[in-house]
Design a protein around this ligand. Sequence first.
Ligand code: SD4
Length: 339
Amino acid sequence: MIIFSTFITHYQHRHMTTRRNFIKFSALGSLFSAHSFSLFGQKKTIELSKKPIVISTWNHGIMANKKAWETLSVGGKALDAVEKGVMEVENDPTGMSVGIGGRPDREGRVTLDACIMDEKSRCGAVAFLQDIKNPVAVARKVMEETPHVMLTGQGAKQFALEKGFKEENLLTPASEKEWREWLKASKYKPVINVENHDTIGMLALDSNGDLSGSCTTSGAAYKLHGRVGDSPIIGAGLFVDNEIGAACATGLGEAVIRVAGSHLVVELMRQGHNPEEACKLAVERIISKHENMEGVQVGFLALRKDGKYGGYSVFKGFNYALTNEDNKEVMIDVKYKIS
Ligand code: SD4
């Protein structure tokens, strides 16, 4: 049950949050609380959910959510949940899109991108990281143990090794075999759909009412060596604003970067759009910036501060996993713009 279902969609309701309501919600215990933010110089007050929820991209979201729920269900922090959740997928060698086993670039090298962002707008990222299978954990260390936001390439690897991460070969025999097949024609035609995708993005709200998000990927398969996508870029592949909501992206990173996709989704929610509408408008923005949409699949996920969630994609085929108190292993197909 989400009590404050009107959220910020209708600002005429802004006076709803009276002292009487606040007292009523307080009496309900710790599930809801008042929260203020400012929009165009005006102070707004909303009621917030403190019921934990986690959503994450694609089918591998099921295993990731399961792990994240271990933290969320016992009152743990969203930040820990989103890190541990996506690490499950990074650690799975059979998943050919994230962490170990990820599809390599055209030179046969697995290069990983990841980022993480918490309720205090702290963020960390690594890009073009090689030989370390948990880039999201390295990103968290960048966030917590350096004055920086992003480390890349050799510097990121050196930092990871200094922090005790293990160096290992991430190219599994299955990924290598596929890559050698690809080399025969060497056609760069990324097809991103439910069978072939490259990212897990995860958004969580914890029982304290705080939001965090993470995003990790081996990027577009057979990309140019050195290519970095949207996934490690704060505002593109992931964005969290604890006042409003969180968003993440999957799909063709170049298209997402072009519109600062995840930041756009959060700002659209700030303006009053519900999560699905915000994702849809961001998809439409992408479409408006491309003359030819062939191969430009992008999907967005959004989780609002009141626990409402939604997604939207350019083409059919994007889905996400949802876990909350009522739903443990639910996959949701999103609506899409172009049939
Ligand atoms: C990238 N956005 O590197 C990632 C790839 C992806 O589903 O999400 N594919 O561009």
